[in-house]
Design a protein around this ligand. Structure first.
Ligand code: SF4
Length: 347
């Protein structure tokens, strides 16, 4: 039985150096290979033109290069573009480019499916199929950036880990992907333009605080009332608002990074003045800001969009209490590319 070759993109530079030494080749080959893999994203050893034919053959004998492919794209009336990526047989993920006045944001996935089941989210209706590797996460950014350069004549300006999956449940690969995206040997993008969004797994928020993160943190909050939040988000039953506030305070004290609270307005569920009051109280615990998100209808969804009147009253209440708040209008809703709508059906 033939044994599957390891993916070279999952091999550390040290292990690659060791590999070349063992095969009587200079260890600096490892750096050359890493540059081809990440900076130029070559997915064929034969294209690594500064390696000898013998070295290229050696690599293809021992390793494979796993990578994502764009299978299809859909363009919304508002210019948002949704991409379907092929991961491996029968596994797909989605990523989105959101063009705005001064920015070009890439929204990327961290898992195929999701193990959590937030009730407003289409991905939550899928099960978790697998964690994406750091290379697969990186590929999304590289390919979306490549598309942006060709079609918008400018690179992606911002990256949000808000696509399919919960990034903190794949934290090792997410952190490694951020290292690759920010490394001069990768895409060389600034960590200040990267935001990782989590439902609020408190243990990992503290862990991240201790490693001095080079990215922004967004929390999917959606309610500042424990009973309601537990109804909307299962995770709140084990990571409640008191624990979340305590973890975020720890995070803020260590990093001085202000978290952003994502709050999807669900009509009649979390958009009353009482809900706004609870949100103000929560916001006062840690320097922070709020992104209100318009709810996007999903197939068999339980919720409705908050009315314009309720939304305006909610915003005014937050502003009156000096909370920094922005309303994020729905983007790409017609192609199911908006927040909470990403869900692969059979393609
Ligand atoms: S909101 Fe995020 S964590 Fe919750 S189900 Fe959707 S993808 Fe998973």
């Amino acid at each position: 039985m033939s044994v599957a070759k390891p993916d070279i993109r999952e091999i550390s530079i040290e292990a690659l150096e060791e590999f070349f030494i063992q095969h009587n080749a200079p260890k600096f080959r490892a750096i050359q290979v890493q540059e081809w893999l990440w900076k130029h994203r070559k997915i064929n050893f034969n294209e690594m033109s500064n390696l000898s034919k013998a070295d290229r053959n050696l690599l293809s004998e021992h390793f494979t290069i796993n990578s994502l492919k764009i299978l299809k794209k859909e363009i919304s009336v508002d210019g948002t573009i949704k991409f379907l990526f092929f991961v491996d047989e029968n596994r797909f993920i989605e990523g989105v480019i959101i063009p705005q006045l001064n920015r070009l944001t890439a929204c990327i996935s961290s898992q195929v499916g999701c193990s959590l089941s937030c009730t407003f989210c289409a991905t939550g209706k899928l099960k978790l199929y697998k964690n994406l590797t750091s290379g697969e996460i990186y590929d999304q950014v590289f390919l979306l950036n490549d598309y942006a350069l060709k079609h918008f004549n400018k690179p992606i300006s911002n990256i949000v880990y808000m696509g399919m999956g919960e990034p903190f449940l794949n934290i090792k690969n997410v952190l490694k992907s951020i290292d690759l995206i920010t490394s001069p040997n990768g895409l060389g993008m600034s960590g200040k333009r990267i935001t990782v969004s989590t439902v609020g797994i408190t243990k990992i928020i503290k862990k991240i605080a201790d490693i001095n993160p080079n990215f922004n943190l967004a929390i999917s909050l959606h309610s500042a009332n424990d009973i309601k939040r537990s109804e909307i988000m299962e995770i709140n039953k084990t990571n409640n608002l008191i624990q979340l506030a305590e973890a975020l305070l720890y995070f803020y004290k260590k990093t001085k990074i202000k978290p952003t609270y994502e709050y999807v307005l669900l009509g009649g569920i979390n958009d009353s003045i009482d809900d706004a009051k609870a949100l103000v109280d929560f916001c006062k615990k840690i320097p922070s800001k709020v992104n209100l998100i318009e709810y996007n209808k999903i197939k068999d969804g339980l919720y409705e969009k908050s009315s314009t009147e309720a939304t305006n009253l909610f915003i005014r209440f937050l502003e009156k209490h000096n909370i920094l708040v922005k309303l994020r209008r729905s983007r790409g809703e017609d192609i199911a590319a908006a927040c909470g709508q990403l869900a692969i059906q059979n393609k």
